[in-house]
Ligand binder design. Sequence first.
Ligand SMILES: O=C(O)CCC(=O)C(=O)O
Length: 219
Amino acid sequence: MGTMDGELFPRTRAEVAPGAVHVPHWLDARTQRTLLDACRAWARPPAGLRTVRTPGGGTMTARQVCLGWHWYPYGYARTVVDGDGAPVKPFPARLGELGRRAAADALGTRAASGAAYDIALVNFYDGDARMGMHRDSDEESDAPVVSLSLGDTCVFRFGNPGTRARPYTDVELRSGDLFVFGGQSRLAYHGVPRVHAGTAPPELGLTGRLNITLRVSGR
Ligand SMILES: O=C(O)CCC(=O)C(=O)O
């Protein structure tokens, strides 16, 4: 672990499946800090960070806040229909620009063209939080999903569109990393089996892990 300069091997970008690209250290320290401050504001009520209940009676261990459209199991709404009922917070234009730039850097300008990002799902992992294998299939758009990581390092499991099981690839996502999945991998199963507590860059000032996914609703 340690600083980038201390790596034995530099972490390099990798296409882990067709259309699924990991770009290490895409966000500089300052942008990470700015995004963290914004996440803290978005997490406040109304329409703030909440525990998501699934129809089977379970709860997700990662807590969540949404911008633009409110995601609930399994759909999108303009208000927090499964929480305090408040209108979802607006999707900031600068996140849309960040999303387009991220998709273009990872997949090329053609894959990113026309991707008008209008949803952010912010997931907060503390303690033993994790996320089971699932597909992002409630959007009506095939635009690439953009994922940004802040804080603790996690194991991100990226699989295939057909099954929750193998083949999949485990990727280490660290603070500042970008992961984009589109094209043939847009509906691939993915999840977070593990977060490594205490691995966040100390200067960021975050205990736990935040993930911001940017999506196009197609609505
Ligand atoms: O936290 C992550 O890196 C993944 C989040 C995720 O899979 C999702 O929001 O659908």
